[in-house]
Design a protein around this ligand. Structure first.
Ligand SMILES: NC(=O)c1ccc[n+]([C@@H]2O[C@H](COP(=O)([O-])OP(=O)(O)OC[C@H]3O[C@@H](n4cnc5c(N)ncnc54)[C@H](OP(=O)(O)O)[C@@H]3O)[C@@H](O)[C@H]2O)c1
Length: 339
């Protein structure tokens, strides 16, 4: 299986990525046990299928170490040149507090060491408390490290539009913001996506398949109780669905998506991903991979086999019009992480 040309995206002038990124929160331990050997083996399967871009974080359990080991095995078996065929986007999620150059540098050095790289392809920065303006200090030091070659591109995750604007006004250039964006959670459409378009910032999205809830597996199923939601993702996005309109409306959405999926000969998850991938400012959709446990590679490859027509989009929109406004209920992107 090889992905078509349309699967790749010029993210920055020097980085071409896969439009569907492999998300590694799923190896953190919060989504079931992961066997490291099977996981690394499975990373080769993803690469060979064309899914060459990884999204991870310093706090996703062994994710950065997996990338380090994967790179070592890749170089050993296929030569050092093969390393240029993968991209690994990590995050730094510091505990709140004073940000010094030393602290920032030490944390970046740790990720570099774990991943076995001299330069991080992308460093996505998260901040818990806007009341503490030390995020601007952290970003200033990160920008210095970027200019010194430790980070190729600086980015954010879960920042809202107002703070994206403040960061820009401080002269700190970021290439992307990673946010929750799905047919359920369309908060980025209110302010974030228009702002990003205007300022040449791209969105990387997560939660786009709602932990797997946006798939045939849940079509026609009774509302799952907490006990059946056996990954942190399923629990997280079920709560979103509850706020969005509940299980009954969600079933209506699944039925609409299934009709569209059948028309194109693809899956419900494919329609869910495609419908976000086609939206303004979106550079890539991250789909979580439970490495060595469950593999939706061949299904997700079909995202690149079709596009949604205006009829499909109108059909989806008329269903979405019945849902609650999550922007009004929760706020802008990332507000769910901040009191
Ligand atoms: N920045 C942040 O704050 C943040 C937050 C959350 C996530 N993320 C990033 O986004 C990634 C994705 O995480 P997520 O929580 O949003 O999960 P997700 O991508 O919405 O869901 C992943 C799960 O969906 C199921 N799935 C995937 N493809 C499918 C298909 N074609 N058909 C049916 N089911 C399918 C799989 O479930 P099974 O394994 O059960 O089969 C998979 O484990 C993370 O790994 C991380 O990189 C970032």
């Amino acid at each position: 299986m090889a992905l078509p040309e349309s699967s790749s995206w010029q993210f920055t002038p020097d980085l071409r990525i896969c439009h569907v990124l492999n998300g590694m929160w799923q190896v953190s331990g919060a989504h079931g046990r992961i066997d490291p050997t099977a996981a690394i083996k499975n990373m080769f399967d993803y690469l060979d299928a064309g899914f060459a871009t990884w999204d991870l974080a310093d706090h996703y359990g062994p994710a950065e170490d997996f990338v380090g080991e994967f790179r070592r095995q890749l170089a050993a078996t296929r030569g050092v040149a093969a390393l240029s065929g993968i991209q690994a986007f990590t995050k730094w999620v510091p505990r709140p507090g004073r940000m010094t150059r030393r602290l920032v540098e030490d944390n970046i050095a740790r990720s570099l060491r774990r991943m076995g790289v001299e330069t991080l392809d992308l460093l996505q920065f998260h901040w818990w408390e806007y009341e503490d303006p030390a995020y601007l200090d952290a970003l200033t030091f990160l920008a210095q490290l970027r200019d010194e070659g430790k980070i190729r591109h600086l980015a954010l995750t879960n920042f809202d539009t107002a703070h994206l604007k403040i960061i820009g006004e401080h002269g700190i250039r970021v290439v992307s913001n990673q946010v929750q964006y799905s047919l359920i959670d369309r908060r980025p459409e209110v302010h974030m996506a228009p702002f990003c378009q205007e300022h040449d910032i791209q969105l990387l999205t997560y939660g786009t398949v709602c932990g797997g809830l946006l798939s045939e597996k849940y079509l026609g199923q009774p509302e799952p109780g907490y006990g059946l939601l056996n990954t942190a993702s399923l629990q997280k996005y079920k709560q979103m669905i509850d706020a969005w309109g509940g299980w009954g409306l969600f079933q209506e959405l699944l039925r609409v998506l299934k009709q569209i999926a059948d028309k194109h000969g693809v899956s419900v998850a494919n329609v869910a991903v495609r419908s976000i991938l086609e939206r303004p400012a979106v550079a890539g959709v991250i789909v979580g991979v439970r490495l060595g446990v469950a593999d939706h590679r061949s299904d997700n490859a079909r995202v690149f086999d079709f596009t949604l027509d205006t009829g499909d989009q109108a059909q989806i929109q008329s269903l979405l019009d019945k849902s609650q406004d999550l922007y009004r209920l929760i706020g802008d992107c990332g507000d769910e992480y901040r009191g």
